[in-house]
Design a protein. Sequence first.
Length: 317
Amino acid sequence: MALGGTIRGKKTSLRMPVEADLEAHQRWAADMRLRHADGVWHEPAMPATWKERLSEAAKDKQQVLWSIESADALVGFARARLWSMGQGVGLDHLVIDPDRWRSGLGYDAAFALHRYFFDYLDVLRCATDVRADNVAALRIAERLGYAEYARGHDAHYRNGAYVDQVLEPEVGRFWGPRFGDFSDEALEKRFKDNAEGQDGILWHIDYAGEVVGFTGIFDINWIDRDGESGIFIGRHDLFGKGIASEAIRLRTQYAWTELRLHRVHNWIGLGNRGSRRANEKAGYVQMGLYPRSWYRSGEWYDEWLGEAFPNTFPAKG
């Protein structure tokens, strides 16, 4: 399956980025209108860092970055990621130059991009999150068929205050599973990248001298001071023994006392009562349900979305 290529709408076209585009990213990163509405492609906002990330994005089989043109002029960019378990695509960014707002370019590019997602990639659904006060983005999402399924509270920080996060899926037609690369070489590279990265932290869970799982905080946004958390226990015979509860409590406490985060959030299969309860004991509260998110054993399952803040962390375990 190929990712990328040129996508053509009526007013815009989406193409692969080139190094010359980074000058525009530098300009957009300094534009407070844009930072208020959405944000830049990558923090810290440094051209040298973007050049490195541009090279990384070109090699990533599940991530794709487009530059958006209109009348042969660069007017924005879009970034999406194919879900590792293969059920859809997450639209992380779709940015239009603030000087070209209210000209229909945002909707035109978004419409063309979603035709690519559903007609070419043949995905099941596309999901995105939008800042709750970004009225233009919310209108575009509504026109494309998105519907709010969850709301993260105080998720984005700008102008000295936090604003909510609106999470929305657009459902397409059914498609078969696609899986990531789980070879030894790919896993080794993933561990190395995680160790060297600046936006996450991963722990192995040790029980009676044996590694039985892992937990971590990923995709940390140091401006919003928000990160996504997750946990996995690999031995079924250890379920129900409080191992996950203790690991989640330690991980969440670390987020508050060491990383000084403002918020952490996660996604849990609604039927996974043990994991959900372990997170709730560490202060996570439900912010929404993602309907029909996972397909397993002939059934669709909803996903529980939770978030936690320092003030929700219990005094005792």
